[in-house]
Design a binder for this molecule. Sequence first.
Ligand SMILES: [Zn+2]
Length: 102
Amino acid sequence: MRPTAITADKTRATLVITWDDGLISELPFGFLSAWCPCAVCTEQRNASNPRSSTPATPVELEAIQPVGSYAINIVWKDGCRYGIYTWEYLRELDAMQRGMRP
Ligand SMILES: [Zn+2]
């Protein structure tokens, strides 16, 4: 499962990912940054209230950098800079957002 296109739609503050199986994920920046997968943010989420604590605070995207061929690093302007979002994790977030548990 790999993306064929990743587009940051800044007017809608949404990351649009087209996958090679035809699925299109639309992930709001606020949602993505709330689920930053880095160790520090994961620990913070677990310490507070997991799952229910997903505040969709608006954040600005500064950069998207490829990490090998399996992930992207998303740098948030006013949030965490260290999140490595693997393709698998992005699909999980997409499923979570659609209200399905992966
Ligand atoms: Zn983080």
